[in-house]
Design a protein around this ligand. Structure first.
Ligand code: FAD
Length: 465
């Protein structure tokens, strides 16, 4: 097979890699991208998008069930809702197909050459790709590693059979009657909540003392309350040990060292993700590491000249929008532009019920920067739009420095707050002060008004509370 030479080679077509390749192509850089599976990576195929599609379907079904049970104060009734999960999954696959097809089209439009196969470094400038038709050698001036991450497997609960990862959960065509979820982070809670709404009896087993341990407890409280309403059993400070000998139950040890047997036709293991650092020749190029991640500097350069790394393989937070922003930056650097990683904030969202958003510093984290803080919190209970949507649980909280009122962090929990994350990110990125948010006219009636009111509250003169 004829050797390919190019200026830029990107390994992995997830959100990091494909954005990098598209931007490089737009800037006229001769670019090749290699992908072993499908364009779009984890995010489009087995992560962000399919999980949100499933969550939406589960929400709609649960609303119908609630109406049928006569639980709606809105005067709406319904009867005998039914869910055909196989049909839901095929609808979800249709969305994934449209998006991955769209990425392939965008790469083509940007004149990026797409090579299908598994890439492996031969040296710092050469990669071999195992394609269906043989080995393709690609030589590049610059190589970007965007190999992403994979689910962590527990040695005593290996994936296979009834033990599934998030990927398996997103492909189920029948709702499990009993689902045990090992790991109460955002992926476990998002999927566990969706299956509870679709009718599974869900038990969440978390080794730490509380769910969503990286978020502060005030943000997590409404989520825990809703899990209770959905009939989800939550076991914290509890350790999953193994499957029962008949493989129809999960054995768990609780905080008091008592053993429990949780019947489960599926056990979903979501105990985190790890960077994909194996199989692509890391040893060949001997890069410096930062723990399990490839070490990068503020331009995403690795320890080898001409080799960059972006996305999940480079560290936390392992989120698609971080990968994309890094990909765009690296493409512009390769095209000769002066760029550096100077982002102030990477918002994080849990698409739980209700949703949780955290942008910048929590009050606890902000205390490490300055002891003098101004904090304003506004409850959705006092927000007209939230009331009219039956979405009164939750709040928006703004954390600012007391000396100059510069906003350090914004958090929210509530129905639909994921859509507020853009405003939160913009405010922090632009260096907004409390007065900037308080002085911005927020459209009425919207949940966004709670953001303005939280800033007003921090300044001591909230209007609607
Ligand atoms: P990936 O998307 O993992 O892509 C890497 C690609 O590289 C893969 O396609 C892989 O096949 C390919 N590859 C790897 N090695 C090679 C090789 N040697 N040769 C060729 N190809 C190779 N993030 C969010 O921001 N929001 C969310 O709501 C969200 N929800 C999620 C839900 C779930 C269930 C999961 C699992 C993840 C979710 N994430 C979410 C995380 C998000 O998917 C990742 O942060 C994001 O996909 C990382 O992008 P990436 O480009 O670094 O890697």
């Amino acid at each position: 097979m004829k050797e390919i030479t190019c200026k830029l080679l990107v390994i992995g077509a997830g959100p990091g890699g494909y954005v990098c390749a598209i931007r490089a192509g737009q800037l006229g850089v001769d670019t090749v991208i290699v992908e072993a599976q499908k364009p779009g990576g984890t995010c489009l195929n087995i992560g962000c998008i399919p999980s949100k599609a499933l969550i939406h379907a589960a929400d709609e079904f649960e609303k119908a069930v609630h109406l049928a049970a006569g639980g709606s104060p809105l005067g709406i009734s319904a009867s005998a809702p039914a869910l055909n999960l196989a049909k839901t999954i095929s609808w979800k696959d249709g969305i994934v197909g449209r998006l991955t097809g769209g990425v392939a089209g965008l790469l083509k439009k940007a004149r990026v050459k797409y090579v299908q196969g598994w890439a492996k470094f031969r040296d710092g400038k050469t990669v071999e790709v195992e394609t269906e038709t043989g080995t393709q050698v690609i030589k590049a001036e610059v190589i970007v590693i965007a190999t992403g991450s994979v689910p962590v497997e527990l040695p005593f609960l290996p994936f296979g059979g009834n033990v599934i990862s998030s990927t398996g959960a997103l492909a189920l065509t029948e709702v499990p009657q009993q689902l045990a979820v090992v790991g109460g982070g955002y992926i476990g809670l998002e999927l566990g909540t969706a299956f509870a709404k679709m009718g599974s009896k869900v038990t969440i087993v978390e080794a730490l003392p509380r769910l969503l341990a990286t978020y502060d407890s005030d943000l997590v409280k409404p989520v825990v309350k809703r899990l209770g309403e959905l009939g989800v059993t939550v076991m914290t400070s509890a350790k999953a040990r193994s499957l029962s000998s008949r493989r129809d139950a999960l054995l768990v040890e609780d905080a008091d060292s008592k053993d429990h047997k949780i019947s489960a036709d599926k056990v979903l293991v979501t105990v985190g993700r790890k960077p994909l650092t194996e199989g692509w020749g890391l040893d060949e190029i001997d890069l410096d590491m930062n723990g399990r991640f490839v070490k990068i500097d503020d331009q995403c350069r690795t320890s080898m000249r001409g080799v960059y790394a972006i996305g999940d393989v480079t560290g936390e937070p392992m989120l698609a929008h971080r990968a994309m922003a890094q990909g765009e930056m690296v493409a512009e650097i390769v095209a000769g532009q002066k760029r550096i990683w100077d982002k102030r904030v990477i918002p994080a969202i849990c698409f739980t019920d209700p949703e949780v958003v955290s942008a910048g510093l929590t009050p606890e984290e902000a205390k490490a920067v300055t002891s003098e803080l101004m904090i304003g919190q506004f409850p959705f209970m006092a927000n007209g739009r939230a009331m009219s949507k039956l979405a009164e649980d939750g709040f928006v909280r703004v954390v600012a420095r007391a000396d100059n009122h510069v906003v350090l962090g914004i958090q929210a929990v509530g129905t639909g707050v994921s859509e507020l994350s853009a405003a939160f990110g913009l405010a922090i990125e632009m260096g907004a002060r409390l007065e900037d948010i308080a002085g911005t006219i927020h459209s009425h009636p919207t949940q966004g008004e709670a953001f303005q009111e939280a800033a007003l509250k921090a300044l001591g003169h909230a209007l609607h509370i």
